[in-house]
Ligand binder design. Sequence first.
Ligand code: ASP
Length: 351
Amino acid sequence: MRPMRRRNFGMLTVGTAAGLMTTQAQANAQTATPGGGGTVIRDVVMAVHGGAGSIPRGSLTPDREKGFRDGLEQALRAGFELLRQGRSGLDAVEAAVNVLEDNENFNAGKGAVFNTDAEHELDASIMNGKDLKSGAVAGVHNTKNPITLARMVMERSPHVLMAGKGADIFALRNGVAYTTQDYFFTQRRWDALIAAKGTQAATTADIGGTGTVGAVVVTGARDVAAATSTGGLTNKLVGRVGDSPYVGAGTYANNRTVAISCTGTGEVFIRGLAAYDISALMEYARLAVQDAAARVITEKIPALGATGGAIALDPRGNLATPHSTDGLINGYITRRGEVVTRLYNDETPPR
Ligand code: ASP
């Protein structure tokens, strides 16, 4: 296996001294746990993902690879810098997701996929592990950064989930950046829509699109938070809503257990209540994060008929990145500020 790309941004001062590891120890930190459980990476402060899917090595141009890696790295760095300034986990995951929403390589904000009417309908949710507060938006059309709107729903409305026109109006009223639909356009997503329309019936099996984004964090006070943002699936029916704005399915955070952001075929993640199920296995069955996450993502979800992945970070800094797809685009930053980005299938071995 070739080395993953690593960069160092300096040590995060909010981390506990007991948790610090040497660079060599970090290099060795990704280990398979005995007993068939998942893989765990230790001493992580924050992780992001850019969707589940298959990227065989050699299939990306150097420019495209750089776009992905730089996007993940910038997102991690944005969140990490806020933590270093003493800001909250919510601030960190929102900032990280904003970076990915603004990067057209990912299926969220700019670069989102098209629905059957060649529109963009965007979904997002955010959750705070300390008090279980959460906010979400579904099917928004004109909000440049849906994750910021999701947070606003959480903090400035009595509601948890707002949808469609009302959510966009709520954004306008609260000063969230408004944009016309053409802002989200990319040729690549347009070509994918045309290709999808050339195929037969639009089933969830053949309308896929990858690039959903998410972030999870743990602060020095061991508060966790999670956020997910997406354009959904290419050629999805108008009005279709996936798991990403569904707290407990695509996103979950609880200081007692874990922060999670999922990616994959949303319908099945909703039916399987994937994110909450990982948390419940940790809370009630006392499973470690890597075992709980592997059980749900690589066993339960495929048994229900879908594939996907997740990033799951517990309050002690243990990160699991299970996926039943060939790969999971993701990255993480450790307490020492070391960044690792993983794009290719051989960088993210299953389980
Ligand atoms: N989970 C997203 C949805 O179903 C899509 C994805 O993660 O690729 O909307």
